[in-house]
Design a binder for this molecule. Structure first.
Ligand SMILES: C[C@H](O)[C@H](O)[C@@H](O)[C@@H](O)C(=O)O
Ligand code: MG
Length: 395
């Protein structure tokens, strides 16, 4: 069976909306005094947009096959990522069969290794890889999860990330992950506030509902150790997420030794490739890895990362990346649940994560998505072409 070849590669940017770092409006919970590594500077403490979390914005990668079939994907990366796609990566796709995902990934990664390896370049590679899997599925009339080995369970179960775990519980999620608001720069008073907020939420959700803290790289080892101990003892915290810099493998290994038995240490959303996650696992940095499939290298790389994790008994709970991770999680025994990122400003409602960019984007109902709901070709979504798409570079 010969599939049409890839004829065109196009990269677009989009402003406004679009999940985590894309471009959220003012007053959104996701930009309200969340602890970050920049919080040591008071002028950058209130808003992550003040230090530029949304400067890149959305990258849309579109692949058009000889028969006119379109595969696409969205991730973060904006104009610089669009440049990399158009002026560097496109040459490894145009004229090629969409079946060649492994060879294309290998050529994209090693041709950019001298300036890439993580971050923006691997975001761009991930966007191309996701668009390739979407195109394959659309050409074959198959959902991506069928091409990854099929569902190992009947439904996806979700925890929710956002400022309102109490609302998440009412909406049927199995747990709620709170953003941490105060880092070391705000001293012991900030630590007390963190614990008070968590304790207040624990009283609101009861003893059995999962509560987690997302620290977004903002802490040092001493602060994280003290926060973890109190959050476990006083609030029954399930996991402490991304407490330290992604480069501080040594700190994570120490933190994992320091925390009370039973409290989980998680990280990985800003890690990339099989080599980065191998480092996290071989140095015993965490109990759960959380790659973002739009940032770690795409599906083709996440397969390698997750298989290595499976061999080591490590769970893979991808960072919230909507349908792009759902099609993966449903096929993995070591991915027993998934993240849903609450992108409603409150957050008091379930809204599509990448709104308004994707048409047909699934959202959990009562904290669940049935495997059968994924039964659409590719990732099962279409690009909303009513939003302004800008193509900053051509080739
Ligand atoms: C809430 C956190 O600060 C991030 O914005 C969050 O979206 C990400 O770290 C996550 O794990 O979902
Ligand atoms: Mg996180």
């Amino acid at each position: 069976m010969t599939l049409p070849k890839i004829r065109h590669v196009r990269a677009f940017t989009v402003r406004g909306g679009g999940a985590d770092y894309h471009d959220q409006g003012a007053g959104h919970w996701i930009d309200d005094h969340i602890a970050t590594p920049m919080a040591r500077y008071p002028e950058y403490r209130q808003s992550r947009q003040s230090f530029g979390i949304n400067v890149l914005g959305t990258l849309v990668v579109e692949l058009e096959a000889d028969d006119g079939t379109i595969g696409f994907a969205v991730t973060t990366g904006g104009e610089p990522a669009a440049f990399i796609v158009e002026r560097h990566l496109a040459r490894f796709l145009e004229g090629r069969s969409p079946v060649d995902v492994e060879k294309i990934w290998d050529q994209m990664y090693f041709s950019t290794q001298y300036y890439g390896r993580k971050g923006l370049v691997v975001n761009a590679i991930s966007g191309v890889d996701l668009a390739l899997w979407d195109l394959l599925g659309k050409l074959r009339g198959e959902p991506v999860y069928h091409m990854l080995g099929g569902a190992v369970r009947d439904e996806l179960t979700f925890y929710a990330t956002g400022a309102r775990p109490d609302v998440a519980k009412e909406l049927g999620f199995v747990g709620g992950k709170l953003p941490l608001h105060h880092g070391p720069a705000e001293g012991i008073e900030g630590l007390h506030k963190n614990i008070a907020a968590l304790a207040d939420m624990r009283s609101g959700v009861g003893d059995d509902f999962w509560l987690m803290l997302d620290c977004w790289m903002s802490l040092d080892l001493d602060y994280a150790t003290r926060l973890a101990a109190r959050a476990w003892d006083e609030c029954g915290l399930k996991w402490i997420e991304e407490a330290l810099s992604p480069d501080d493998y040594w700190g994570y290994a120490d933190l994992k030794r320091n925390v009370p038995p039973g409290l989980l240490v998680t990280t990985g959303e800003h890690e990339a490739t099989r080599w980065g996650f191998r480092m996290l696992m071989e140095m015993d940095c965490c109990d759960i890895i959380q790659p973002d499939v739009g940032w770690c290298g795409g599906i083709t790389e996440l397969i390698k990362i997750a298989n290595y994790a499976d061999a080591r008994g490590v769970q893979v709970i991808p960072h919230g990346s909507s349908v792009y991770s759902y099609h993966f999680v449903i096929t993995r025994h070591n991915s027993p649940f998934a993240e849903f990122l609450m992108m409603h400003p409150g957050p008091t409602e379930v809204v599509p994560m990448f709104a308004p960019q994707l048409l047909g984007e699934l959202v959990p109902v009562n904290g669940r998505i049935r495997a059968s709901e994924l039964d659409q070709p590719g990732f099962g979504v279409e690009l909303n072409r009513d939003i302004p798409l800008h193509r900053p570079y051509t080739h």
